[in-house]
Ligand binder design. Structure first.
Ligand SMILES: Cc1cc2nc3c(=O)[nH]c(=O)nc-3n(C[C@H](O)[C@H](O)[C@H](O)COP(=O)(O)OP(=O)(O)OC[C@H]3O[C@@H](n4cnc5c(N)ncnc54)[C@H](O)[C@@H]3O)c2cc1C
Length: 573
């Protein structure tokens, strides 16, 4: 089969904020860039971000304070040099996007308005009402488009082309026609977003199936800190659709069935504005101990009525609409019902501070880069603070764009190799196997079982028993996956095929979450073990680097955390 080969200087997989920021930067350095995305860029999950983006802008705030909050919030697992780089770059990142035309909400005196967010000692989240992500995404997309970035949207990337420690392209197919293509370049950047879709109750877009992570791991390359999945405290009851932390930032209060403002017990100082891991555990504990509300007693109240109509309409209009649409509750008049929801992926592809993918602490993989939620640099450690992820995506997206531009200028650094038709075999075989398989298992059934069991066994609270159960469940699901059948065999917009490929990815990276969580016999940030409720710096102030072999077995190594600025302390709020 003759497959078209497209050549670029650099290929970026993913058109969210990280991918677009990198693309714009590369284009401004005169490089020929293609952005490949399974969605139209403006449908990337970045566009769903509501609450804000952090930067220490005010005189009374400081970069040091932003760094400290981020590192303490991470439960000291963040690499402190990476945090420093990001926090120092935050004010300039805001100026960069503002210069492109992003319209932030403003104070009366014209300053950019900033709202408080959990775990922050100063109101430092810049925002555009509660549509911050969409405003950012639209602006950067338009500018990158105008500058000449080439978009290949509705193309599904199914593999990277790797030989030894070098990557020189990706293999993809057109979602509209099933036409395959090879994309050849000296530099490939993965910006494929997060993986919380492995959970039943989650806040993520349908596309957040962690494809980039499994594609990478299937080459025997390591994933870092995958056991750290963030559960956001306020998902709408039943669905998990996000009610941004902006709601608590603006003054929202949490109550249980007894009318108790229960955060008093868990974080007397910060109350509702404690970090997400802490608030999610508090809410879940209230529910488990029988003080939940609603028909199934599996939610608590988030009350915003005291803010008044004007504030809600001017600051939180989207959130109000979401609660009316999905719960039939108007937050101006009554409290709404919320519970914790899987939200964000702290783990991912290990990269150095310049975004170069790492094989281990010492060696990198030439030609491969990552940024945004799919990468683990790591600035969030064991728990991300609200409004730090948009910052990470844009700051590191742009920064990695600069790295690639300079690496492309260095003739000795990147290897150019002409791809071979055989490079597409892996993808073509995978697609062919799914299209021709005549088993009796159905993708939606397996996916539902995966999501339900992950929420139940590897959620806010975990134990050895629940995690071992989930390991067995995954083994069973992975066996059954070999026996699937899809009904649609056509070539036109075959969503059955895409969903099968995505489920394959979810089953692969979920293994990393579970094995990492079993091995980490401590509680740190978002990873809470009922059977090991304390943080254990002596044994686990370390990053997990895990690899998968051909039999689907996970091997784990641990690497030191980059400390040096703030010494680990007990984390109280
Ligand atoms: C509801 C919600 C609200 C949020 N609010 C905030 C907030 O207020 N502040 C904050 O800091 N953070 C927030 N976050 C987190 C933040 O939005 C994300 O972490 C960040 O936007 C991720 O950007 P990204 O560029 O890494 O990925 P994404 O924006 O998720 O983009 C991923 C891209 O990868 C592409 N892709 C994936 N797989 C493939 C494949 N196989 N082939 C081709 N393309 C592929 C997709 O098409 C997409 O274009 C929120 C997240 C959610 C879910």
């Amino acid at each position: 089969m003759n497959i078209p080969i497209h050549r670029f200087d650099a290929i970026i997989v993913g058109a969210g904020l990280a991918g677009l920021a990198a693309a714009r930067e590369l284009e401004s350095h005169g490089k020929h860039v293609a952005v490949i995305s399974k969605l139209h860029p403006l449908r990337s999950h970045s566009g769903a971000a509501q609450g804000g983006i952090n930067a220490a802008l005010k005189d009374k705030d400081s970069i040091d304070s932003h760094m400290f909050d981020t590192i303490k919030g991470s439960d000291y697992l963040a690499d402190q040099d990476a945090v420093k780089l990001m926090c120092e770059g935050a004010p300039e990142t805001i100026r960069w996007v503002e210069g492109m035309g992003v319209v932030f909400s403003r104070e009366k005196n014209g300053d950019i308005a900033q709202r408080p967010f959990g775990g922050q000692s100063f109101p430092r989240a810049c925002y555009a009402k509660d549509r911050t992500g969409l405003t950012l995404l639209q602006t950067i997309f338009e500018q990158a488009d105008r500058d000449g970035v080439e978009y290949w949207d509705e193309w599904y990337v199914a593999d990277i082309i790797q030989e030894d420690k070098n990557v020189y392209g990706v293999v993809a197919y057109n979602l509209k026609t099933l036409e395959p293509a090879i994309f050849n370049a000296k530099a490939v950047m993965l910006a494929t977003g997060g993986y919380a879709r492995a959970y039943k109750i989650n806040s993520n877009a349908h596309a957040n199936t962690g494809d980039g992570l499994s594609i990478y791991a299937r080459h025997g390359l390591p994933l870092k800190d995958m056991e750290f999945v963030q559960f956001h405290p306020t998902g709408l009851a039943g669905t998990g659709i996000l009610i941004s932390e902006a709601a608590r930032g603006e003054g929202g209060r949490l109550f249980n069935s007894e009318g108790e403002r229960f955060m008093e017990k868990y974080a007397p100082e910060k109350m509702e504005l404690a970090p997400r891991d802490l608030v999610s555990r508090a809410i879940t504990k209230e529910i488990l101990e029988g003080r939940g509300i609603g028909p199934n007693k599996d939610a608590v109240y988030l009350d915003l009525t005291h803010l008044g109509k004007d504030k809600i309409l001017s600051r939180l209009p989207e959130l109000r609409d979401l609660a009316i649409t999905f719960l039939g509750l108007d937050m101006i008049q009554e409290p709404i019902m919320i519970a914790a929801t899987a939200h964000y992926s702290m783990g991912g592809i290990p990269v150095d501070n310049e975004g170069r993918a790492k094989l281990n602490q010492e060696h990198r993989i030439h030609g491969l880069y990552a940024a945004g939620e799919c990468a683990c640099v790591s600035v969030h450690g064991a728990n991300r603070l609200g409004a730090n992820s948009l910052l990470e995506a844009i700051f590191f997206g742009r920064h990695v764009g600069q790295t690639i531009a300079s690496d492309l200028n260095d003739k000795d650094f990147l290897i150019h190799k002409k791809p071979d038709m055989k490079d597409a075999d892996r993808m073509l075989n995978e697609i062919n196997n799914i299209l021709t398989s005549s088993g009796d298992e159905k993708v939606p059934v397996l996916r539902a079982e995966l999501q339900e069991s992950m929420t139940k066994n590897a959620g806010v609270f975990r134990t050895e028993e629940s995690l071992l159960k989930q390991r067995r469940k995954l083994k069973n699901l992975r066996e059954r996956f070999k026996n699937i059948r899809i009904d649609d065999k056509s070539k036109i917009y075959n969503t059955d095929l895409q969903e099968a490929l995505e489920l394959g990815h979810m089953l692969d990276y979920s293994l990393f979450i579970i094995e990492g969580a079993i091995a980490r016999k401590e509680s740190r940030g978002a990873h809470f073990r009922d059977d090991y409720p304390k943080r254990d710096d002596k044994n686990f102030l370390k990053h997990t680097y895990a690899t998968m072999n051909e039999n689907g077995e996970i091997n784990m190594e641990y690497k030191d955390v980059q400390l040096g600025i703030f010494e680990p302390q007990e984390r109280t709020y």
